[in-house]
Ligand binder design. Structure first.
Ligand code: SF4
Ligand code: SF4
Length: 353
């Protein structure tokens, strides 16, 4: 019997059938997250219009605490306040819980928040798909421009960390937390979108166009939240590993990677840009050539288990806090009505101004 060639050996190992597709599962997870966020937005708009009418008409709608996911700076200041006081303040507790859930899951599952939960990441991907169709291949900036631009999100992150953990004194942190500005930060954030000015509109439009031309423009270059998660993700115990002996150098993994990582050239993916989307593992046609592995172990981690574990870890944490607290803030509807009537006053500007 003729001995098998290496190519034949590898062909034998080509995956049969599709099996569990993380790409499909991820799409549904993203769509589910997006639907939850749209629902939260709808409920919050109802709540704000109720308090703006002075609470006069109809029963009070419930304010959805999940809206605080859009207040990451408040969450960061609450984190420092928590370190100082030993307890979570109840002005915007959900902002802190969501921030911690994103950071802890980034440490365990890479930047899974960006590719499995974040609505901006989801929209960015959809917009990037338009770019793929228009340009037929993914455009990428040259290294001399790409590297410094990627540093921008870390500059923004450094600025926020400096301001919150160094420039603000403990008294200023406490003053900020209890300030009218912080109490109505969620309403101010909504007003930013409902009463958007021309400059902000042009900026968002510009980012939209740039995201068509350069996939993930906002996430790759400007998002400090993603930068923070990227740093924690470097310590993730699971890494994507390529087996050089099994790899047939088809380059599919590198072509599909939304973060432009040269997966086909490395043995282990170690990158702050890896969002843990698992698209590379999903498209690899050779069984065992590209897998998730715990550092120092040979046994692969099932992508299916990894995907379910991430979704359960992130949403399960939020659900646990929703049921057991702290989650709901302690600002009453009457207090919201009081603040909304005076929201244009000087005390509703940032305390540092
Ligand atoms: S390396 Fe793989 S998991 Fe990481 S971003 Fe690229 S495709 Fe996604
Ligand atoms: S997808 Fe990547 S890891 Fe898999 S065989 Fe092709 S080049 Fe190798």
């Amino acid at each position: 019997m003729k001995s098998m060639t290496i190519q034949q050996e590898q062909t034998k190992k080509i995956k049969k059938g599709k099996g569990f597709s993380t790409r499909q599962f991820r799409f549904w997870a993203q769509l589910g997250s997006f639907a939850i966020i749209v629902w939260i937005g709808y409920e919050f708009v109802r709540f704000v219009s109720f308090v703006e009418r002075g609470g006069q008409i109809g029963p009070a709608p419930t304010r959805p605490p999940g809206v605080e996911g859009f207040l990451p700076i408040s969450g960061l200041i609450s984190f420092r306040d928590w370190l100082m006081s030993g307890h979570v303040n109840l002005i915007h507790p959900a902002s802190l819980i969501i921030l911690l859930a994103a950071v802890i899951t980034a440490w365990l599952f890479k930047k899974g928040f960006c590719s499995w939960v974040c609505p901006v990441g989801f929209i960015s991907e959809m917009v990037g798909n338009i770019g793929d169709k228009l340009f037929k291949h993914r455009l990428k900036l040259p290294k001399w421009l790409d590297y410094p631009l990627r540093g921008l999100k870390y500059l923004l992150l450094a600025f926020f960390l400096y301001a919150v953990f160094y420039a603000m004194s403990p008294d200023q942190v406490r003053e900020f937390v209890a300030s009218p500005y912080n109490k109505v930060a969620d309403i101010k954030m909504l007003k930013f979108f409902t009463e958007i000015d021309v400059f902000a509109l042009w900026t968002i439009g510009g980012l939209f166009v740039l995201s068509i031309i350069l996939r993930g423009f906002w996430c790759r270059y400007l998002c400090p939240y993603g930068g923070l998660l990227g740093l924690f993700s470097l310590a993730a115990p699971t890494k994507i590993r390529r087996d050089e002996n099994l790899c047939i150098n088809c380059t599919r993994c590198a072509k599909v990677c939304p973060s432009f990582i040269k997966v086909d050239k490395v043995i282990t993916v170690v990158s702050d840009e890896c969002s843990g989307c698992l698209d590379c593992v999903d498209v690899c046609p050779v069984d065992g050539a590209l897998d998730l592995k715990v550092i120092g172990r040979k046994k692969r981690v099932s992508k299916k288990i990894w995907a379910y574990a991430f979704v359960v870890a992130f949403w399960g944490t939020l659900l646990a806090f929703k049921l057991l607290g702290p989650w709901q803030n302690n600002i009453t509807t009457q207090e919201y009505i009081y603040h909304t009537e005076r929201m244009n006053g000087a005390e509703y500007n940032h305390p540092g101004r």
